[in-house]
Design a binder for this molecule. Sequence first.
Ligand code: 13P
Length: 256
Amino acid sequence: MNKNRIPMIAGNWKMHLNAKEAGELALALKKGLDPDLRHEVLIAPTYTNLAAVREALSGSKIILSSQDVHWEEKGAFTGAVSPAQILDAGCTHAIIGHSERRKIFGESDEVVNKKMKAALAHNIVPVLCIGETLEEREAQQTYRVLETQLAGAFAGLKAGEVARVVIAYEPVWAIGTGKTATPEQAQDAHTFVRKQMEKLYGGDYAAGVRILYGGSVKADNIDTLMAKPDIDGALVGGESLKADKFLRVIHFQEVL
Ligand code: 13P
């Protein structure tokens, strides 16, 4: 981390938990949070659990996020949830372009771009996910993939519009596999991402944008990841479903 950027630790609960369990987990996190903690903590429950989590989080600084958002305002889009609806559910942030959405639901960079634009137009903070597959990494395509995904996601967006965007680098081969990127691999990718953001929006923007690492982040590897200068936080899947483990991730200690 770099002291000029506020770290963010985010939990993506994916398609896990029922409303009662999600509310209980949120409450445990709220209770376990160091009141003096300076960085941001975000949780992204399943849509159907947003109400329970919102209630459990009342009076807490924990940020409520959706796991996705549709780009249309309203209409015949069965299964989709609009920006206004996620705001109404209490979310201020939305995960966009997660690799599971890209891979399982066929989301292209164009779709990701529409969602980015819709979220920003509603003052929702996008947590934009990018990352390469194992095949792409082995074929030395990591940088090309990241460059393409960033250019696609930010297409047509001006510097003034993207000030609050958070980027999450999540190498697909590290997600849910227990195979975390080494702090060096993550730092290397984050440096590249920051350089791309400099190309798109200039040095000041690049110096301020937060880049989270995601992919098998655990209580026992967060400390060394956070010691890297361009890792500004984490987007956590499995480990964010266990209150004690996620609280340890949230209260990381940088270890060089
Ligand atoms: P895991 O932490 O379970 O690998 O998931 C990472 C992720 O996809 C977060 O969005």
